[in-house]
Design a protein around this ligand. Structure first.
Ligand code: PRP
Length: 211
């Protein structure tokens, strides 16, 4: 039997994924050592391997078949646009992709005039403004603390993840439009889905029963 390889998103998502997998009888003891510097973890008995990667890299590993299965946020799947199968909504990590800004920016979204949008998700923002709203937008890519952009005058609005809404509230911003709901998803390499059909299908069925 060949190894079934999982690419997990480093951080909270990986912890939640392993908690769920454990409930389905899939363990990886060596991954639990907090002091380890190992990058890949193996369960010889189950013939499974697990590695941790940065979110945006997970779909890349899966598309190229370096991982058979990935767990990653829907935001990253949409942004990366990789060729893979999205097979399961795991439900955790739930939040929303939204257009946010100060209240004064509201009218700018109702006209078809040029709007400045700062975001960590330029593809999602471009698709929303160009293809769904048919509004011309100047999309400015940032790498974090996106909420700063409208405060300091870099942009009119932002496209960003809203979870509790606290960051917006504390910075005098609000949700102006909702783009889509987000949560963690399981994705599968297109070839693996055929080659490892039985093992992957069983995994999906077992996880579905737990969700
Ligand atoms: C994310 C997101 C918002 C915040 C939303 O940022 O970009 O800033 O969380 O959460 P809330 O609605 O619960 O306040 P993250 O913490 O990932 O850091 P970043 O600013 O570096 O993207």
């Amino acid at each position: 039997m060949r190894y079934l390889t999982f690419a997990l998103t480093k951080g909270r998502l990986a912890v939640k994924t392993m908690d769920l997998l454990e409930k389905a009888g899939i363990f990886c003891t060596e991954m639990k050592d907090p002091s380890t510097r190992k990058l890949i973890f193996v369960n010889e008995e189950l013939k499974m391997r697990f590695f941790l990667a940065k979110g945006p890299d997970v779909p890349t590993y899966v598309e190229y078949g370096a991982a058979d299965i990935g767990v990653v946020g829907k935001d990253t799947i949409l942004e990366e646009g990789r060729k893979l199968y999205e097979v399961l909504n795991l439900g955790f990590g739930a939040c929303r992709m939204c257009v946010c800004g100060p209240e004064e920016a509201k009218p700018l979204l109702e006209r078809s005039q040029l709007i400045r949008v700062a975001t960590k998700y330029p593809h999602i923002a471009a698709d929303y403004f160009y293809n769904q709203k048919h509004q011309t937008a100047d999309i400015i890519k940032l790498n974090g603390s996106i909420e700063l952009a409208p405060i300091v005058g870099l942009s009119d609005v932002i496209v960003d993840i809203v979870e509790t809404g606290t960051t917006l509230k504390e910075n005098g911003l609000q949700v102006l439009e909702e783009i889509c709901p987000l949560s963690a998803r399981m994705v599968v390499n297109q070839v693996s889905m055929k080659m490892e059909d039985e093992r992957i299908r069983k995994l999906i069925t077992d996880l579905k029963a737990l969700l």
